[in-house]
Write a protein that binds this ligand. Structure first.
Ligand code: UDX
Length: 448
């Protein structure tokens, strides 16, 4: 099939590239010329494992191309995929300006029947809005299909090739059949429904996953007070098939380009029909609070943060991505600077993106986890990169001024940490201190 994908962000680029790898001819369009120039040269504007190899392969085999010429790309395509951003506007609502712009440009370029498939996450009713915009501009016939995307950053290629399900929202049987055949190579689990339900499935899924995370984070906070271990609690809960084991890792809360934005958008969608989504408001509030547990633990161990040197391991909102959008690291580092610390930061790939958002004379960029630990009064592990699981913790402890670690992702087992000399805080698990005196001794070290 001939496909045109509008928008080369995570969703558009990864879906376009994967559809080309399935044998379709795909043109990816973006209105940022620099991005298209990069892609034409085989450079990938986002970090995503496996993506570059697929781009190289499918460009070489002439199934994949990149352009800024939306009009020409629309004319050539049978199916046009809208995958532009729907950022958060000031009141939390999704900002639909890029959707509207894409719809108008598609309509102006149409030269015959097209299927227009929306992959962007859009509030209920948006596909109807797209239909109205297009039919107000062109007399050519078309069908609208909503196919929400569920891929995750960092595993986007794998997720696209192995989806749990494909949701197709449309009122037209013929369009549904065409979109089913496009997705058949990926899975048998294809759920066809009406457009409004498809739009809602995406928000409801993200909101539910965010709820699971905030739920386990609150359980973790209680575990800390009652002396239970949240990892074991989650494991025990997860054996119940009705609950399931995934998305029950306690930590410093969710970040990224989806959960924070989509939860707030759903609260707003509900608000627009005078429904107060109380549960989801609490999920967002709990998530916001959760990241500051790191600061509380630093205060607990160090007494004061003023004039301390704190190492930060991990800046990306999760491993295997260079994305720092809504990353807990941004607020944690800001809080540390405000409290008078010098902050040494290290991330395998996200440091540039981080420094583009937050830079400060008291932030020191480091090239390794060891470098970011040297002479520190404590280190905070904020992203559970594999690399941190493999460091030599004895060497790290020796390089630090005080061997204190606040592990925001429960990266190490308590059994392993019991053999190290760290004063080790994690989330929802007992503190590891070798003697009570050790803890007190750290609090009293002169910070000169
Ligand atoms: C998410 C959805 O999973 C995906 O289906 C949707 O299309 C986009 O939003 P993504 O934001 O890429 O994907 O990452 P995800 O792996 O879902 O993690 C989101 C955040 O939740 C991360 O900050 C992660 O650290 C956190 N998280 C995840 C937890 O704190 N605990 C968990 O158990 C799982």
């Amino acid at each position: 099939m001939n496909l045109t994908v509008i928008g080369t962000g995570y969703v558009g680029l990864v879906s376009g590239v994967c559809f080309s790898d399935l044998g379709n001819r795909v043109t990816c369009v973006d209105n940022v010329p620099q991005k298209i120039e990069m892609l034409k040269k085989g450079e990938v504007p986002i970090y995503e494992p496996g993506l570059k190899e697929l781009i190289d392969k499918n460009t070489e085999e002439s199934r994949l191309s990149f352009t800024t010429d939306l009009s020409a790309a629309v004319k050539e395509a049978e199916i046009i995929i809208i995958a532009v951003g729907t950022p958060q506007s000031e009141n939390g609502e999704a900002d639909l300006r890029y959707i509207d712009q894409a719809a108008k440009e598609i309509a102006a370029a149409m030269n015959g029947y097209k299927i227009i498939m929306t992959k962007s996450t859009v509030p209920v009713g948006t596909n109807e809005r797209i239909r109205n915009l297009i039919s107000g501009i062109t007399n050519h016939s078309f069908d609208i299909v909503s196919v929400p995307e569920f891929l995750r950053e960092g595993s986007a290629v794998r997720d696209t090739f192995n989806p749990d399900r494909i949701v197709i929202g449309t009122e037209r049987k013929a369009a549904a059949e065409k979109i089913i055949s496009l997705h058949t190579p990926l899975t048998d689990n294809i759920f066809v429904t009406d457009i409004r339900s498809a739009e809602m499935i995406k928000y409801a899924s993200n909101a539910f996953l965010a709820t699971k995370i905030s739920f386990i984070n609150e359980i973790a906070n209680i575990c800390e007070k009652v002396g239970a271990d949240v990892d074991l609690v989650a494991q025990g809960m997860g054996y119940d098939k009705r609950i399931g084991p995934s998305f029950l890792s306690a930590g410093i809360g969710y970040g990224g380009s989806c959960f924070p934005k989509d939860t707030k958008a759903l609260i707003q969608i509900a608000g627009n029909v005078e429904y107060d989504f109380k549960l989801l408001r609490s999920v967002v509030e709990v998530n916001q609070m959760q990241r500051f547990g790191v600061i509380d633990k630093l205060l607990d161990s160090l007494g004061t943060i003023q004039n301390r040197t704190i190492g930060i391991w991990g800046l990306a909102f999760k491993p295997n991505t260079d994305d720092v959008r809504e990353a807990p690291s941004l607020e944690i580092v800001s809080a540390l600077l405000e409290l008078g610390a010098t902050v040494k930061i290290y991330d395998p790939i996200a440091t540039n993106n981080f420094l583009n958002v937050l830079n400060h004379p008291y932030i020191i960029r480091c090239d390794s986890a060891l470098d970011a630990s040297r002479d520190c009064d404590a280190i905070c592990l904020l992203t559970d990169w594999q690399e941190f699981k493999e460091v030599d913790l004895d060497q790290i402890g020796d390089a630090m001024r005080l061997p204190i670690m606040i592990d925001g992702r429960n990266t190490y087992t308590l059994k392993d940490m019991a053999t190290k000399k760290f004063l080790y805080y994690s989330v929802g698990r007992p503190l590891i201190k070798h003697t009570h005196e050790q803890a007190l001794e750290y609090q009293n070290v002169n910070i000169g």
